[in-house]
Ligand binder design. Sequence first.
Ligand code: ZN
Length: 437
Amino acid sequence: MIADAIRPLVEVNPSLKVKSIIAEVQSKFNYTVSYRKAWLAKQKCVAKIFGDWKISYRTLPWWCMAMCAKMPGSRVRIETLPIYRGSEEVNGIRILRRVFWSFYPCIRAFRHCKPLVQVDSTRLYGKFKGTLLVAIAQDGNQNIVPIAFAIVESETAEEWDFFLHQLRKNVVTQDGVGIISNCHESIQAAIARSDGAWAPPRARHMFCIRHIGANFLKRFKAPHLHKLVINIGYSRTEQEYNINYERLRERGEAYTNWCDEIGLQRWVLAFDEGYRWGHMTTNMVECINSVLKGARNLPVNAILRATCYWLNKLFTRKSDEAHEHIRNGFTYSEFATQRVKENLHRAGNIVVNRFNKHNEVFEVHEMDNGSIFTVNLAQRVCDCGHFQVERLPCRHVLACCANQRLDWQVYINDVYKMSEIRKVYSVKFLPLDDPVT
Ligand SMILES: [Zn+2]
């Protein structure tokens, strides 16, 4: 009875604490159960929802087939290895080597997200000591949308190659995309051997600033300089970059030499040509906290099912939120609305000089601090760096539009439209049901 009562909680969080179970039973039945009884109920419940370790490998292909049957268009790739007894192959038994999967709703979702993918890895803590690789997209309201997963043995170039190849073939199929990853050598090697699939002009590979910061600390053990390095990455203009770079150089050229090795386009916002959309990290931490909560302790097939459960919850919630927001009369995402509001607020103090007769190039003066910026509406760039990074009108663009009686909404990228965000979550997940064993 307890196992049934706590099932919804365990579905969401398989690492649910025993004391939370005791509290749940207390509030539901007004009765205090022993720690042991609560613990047993949890084990029973986990086995019921996610299945046994023993049948985990055996049922994995079944789950994958169920997933593709229930949600046609989903993509799975399982690779196995033969087992040898001595030098002879054992017939009929193979062991799991690696598996890639992406649910159809996620594949469709990506079309309405920013053309950017964040990839990272995390260790698994269950009996299968593998690594989970994840690809994450971003909607127009700064929310993460996990789009593809793989379980592999470890983080090697070969395993990354497998994941990135499947990702490119099945999910991230368009060109002109950015990819943000950790700084692991294995992923760089995998991208180098991707035959141009993840290299210019088809894609731009960039690094996560959190990992760069961590690598800097590993190399120099100078925590007081960590912030200076991070600031360089976040520089939106060349001028800002020069100032931040100089600050670090003053502390020692060894530090800036180390930074030079990374390559400007790979980590500094001012030089990425907009591929990052302002996103600096892989967002893996957020993904683990929201979607993969507790999943890393589960058997392999259970991880696949768990991602389905959680993504279903995420999509349902986000879809409801989007409809609610539209009902309330909003055209753009909360993020975009808020950002434009702030910028409008600051646009009042800007004097605009038109530079050419096509209304496209302007010179603007900020009266409170005397700064001068050039805005090019046709090329959608502003010296401040915000316009081209976020694809939202900065305060200077808003001032130009007010001055020339132009419609600033033209300069808000479609990805921020609520109609587009609604589409991200529009394809529904379906239950996978129970396996026939
Ligand atoms: Zn600007």
